[in-house]
Design a protein around this ligand. Structure first.
Ligand code: ADP
Ligand code: MG
Length: 155
């Protein structure tokens, strides 16, 4: 498990940016944390690290947004699906098993659709501008990735 405390949105984004450098097509990242924790802020850091040029905003009203970068970035916020998500697939598989990096806010709502291995990023608000960031993952690939992030992270 990777764990850091950040004291600004910039610091949170610099962790994400470093993580982005280690990502490959097909990687799946889930983001959990309350509203305002920093899930979208973290995703903006990932986008920067993937050399995405378009601005990344919360996709709450569109479900999925696709960005061009070093690797395509698929940004999903499935909050609006609620727990109906298990019933219908909504074409999410196409993204989960696509050629981009898939980043999912509120992934707990589509837990039953997720593959066995993915990287889980949990963000917790511990102060006005302080956040605890924990990154864990199942499987060999993500374990290695976490180790490398831990050794090279600027924070
Ligand atoms: P979420 O997507 O989880 O609802 P957002 O990323 O949209 O959250 O919002 C997080 C808010 O918290 C932003 O306004 C951001 O500026 C603020 N913030 C303050 N400190 C931090 C920090 N250390 N890391 C991330 N965001 C922070
Ligand atoms: Mg958000």
């Amino acid at each position: 498990m990777f764990q850091r405390i950040t004291h600004s949105p910039d610091q949170t984004q610099s962790i994400a940016e470093r993580l982005a450098a280690l990502l490959e097509p097909g990687d799946i990242l889930t983001l959990s944390g309350d509203l305002g924790a920093g899930k979208t802020t973290f995703t903006q850091g990932l986008a920067k690290g993937l050399a995405v040029e378009d601005p990344v905003n919360s996709p709450t009203f569109t479900l999925i947004r696709e960005y061009e970068g070093r690797i395509p970035l698929y940004h999903m916020d499935v909050y609006r699906l609620g727990d109906k998500a298990g019933a219908e697939n909504l074409g999410i598989d196409e993204y989960l098993y696509g050629d981009g990096v898939c980043v999912i806010e509120w992934a707990e709502y589509i837990a039953s659709l997720l593959p066995e291995e993915y990287l889980d990023i949990a963000i917790r608000k511990t102060g006005e501008s302080e956040r605890q960031i924990q990154i864990s993952g199942k499987g060999k690939r993500y374990a290695g990735l976490i180790k490398e992030l831990d050794q090279t992270c600027p924070i």
